[in-house]
Design a protein around this ligand. Structure first.
Ligand code: SF4
Ligand code: SF4
Length: 187
C-alpha cells in the first residue's frame, strides 16, 4: 500500500514537472504592440471596424493592414490615443464604419419577447440570459452596447438605453498631455 502511494506521488510529481516545463517551453508570447492597441480599443466586439472583434482589428493595425479611424465605439478619443501610440497622423472617424454614439446598453421588453434565442446567439459577449420559448433578459454589466442583437430580433423588442455618465464612469476626454521630466541645467 505504501509502495503504491509512493509510486503515485512520484508519478504525479513527474507529470507535474513535464507540464510545467511544457508551459514554459511552448509559451506563446503575445505581440506587445497588439496588446497596447487592443487595450485602447473599447472591447465591444461589434465588428463595425470590419474585423471580427477588437483583437483582430488591433492585429491588423499593428501589421499596417488597417487604419486607426475604423472604430465608432472608440470614437475620436480612441483615434487620438492610437495616433499617439503609433506616431501616426490623426484622421477623423471613417463614416463607412459608422458614427460615434454615446455609450448605451441593450434592454429587452420582456413582455414582448417570444424566446426565439436569436439575440442570444448574436451576442458576442454572452450578455443575454434566456432559453428557447422563455423570456430573455440583458445582463447589463456584461453588455458592451454593440447593438448586434437588435437586427435578429423578429419582434423588435430590443432597444438601446443610453448609459448616464456618473462620477465612476466619467472619463477625461482627449487632449491629454504626457508630463515629461524637466532636465535640470548644470549650475
Ligand atoms: S446584449 Fe446586445 S448590445 Fe449588449 S453586448 Fe450583447 S449583442 Fe451587444
Ligand atoms: S430575439 Fe427578441 S424575441 Fe427573440 S429571444 Fe431575443 S429578445 Fe426575445
Amino acid at each position: 500500500m505504501i509502495a503504491a502511494l509512493i509510486v503515485m506521488a512520484g508519478l504525479a510529481l513527474f507529470i507535474g514537472a513535464v507540464l510545467g516545463y511544457a508551459s514554459l517551453r511552448f509559451k506563446v508570447e503575445g505581440d506587445p504592440l497588439v496588446e497596447k492597441i487592443d487595450a485602447i480599443l473599447p472591447q465591444t466586439q461589434c465588428g463595425q471596424c470590419g474585423f471580427p472583434g477588437c483583437k483582430p482589428y488591433a492585429t491588423a493595425i499593428a501589421n499596417g493592414e488597417a487604419e486607426i479611424n475604423q472604430c465608432p465605439p472608440g470614437g475620436d478619443d480612441g483615434i487620438h490615443k492610437l495616433a499617439d501610440l503609433l506616431g501616426r497622423e490623426y484622421k477623423p472617424l471613417n463614416a463607412d464604419n459608422g458614427v460615434e454614439k454615446p455609450r448605451a446598453v441593450a434592454f429587452i421588453a420582456e413582455d414582448l419577447c417570444i424566446g426565439c434565442t436569436l439575440c442570444l446567439q448574436a451576442c458576442p459577449v454572452d450578455a443575454i440570459a434566456g432559453a428557447a420559448k422563455q423570456m430573455h433578459t440583458i445582463l447589463a454589466p456584461l453588455c458592451t452596447g454593440c447593438e448586434l442583437c437588435i437586427a435578429p430580433c423578429p419582434v423588435d423588442c430590443i432597444a438601446m438605453h443610453p448609459i448616464e455618465e456618473t462620477v465612476d464612469t466619467w472619463k477625461w476626454r482627449y487632449p491629454t498631455f504626457t508630463l515629461k521630466p524637466v532636465e535640470r541645467q548644470a549650475a
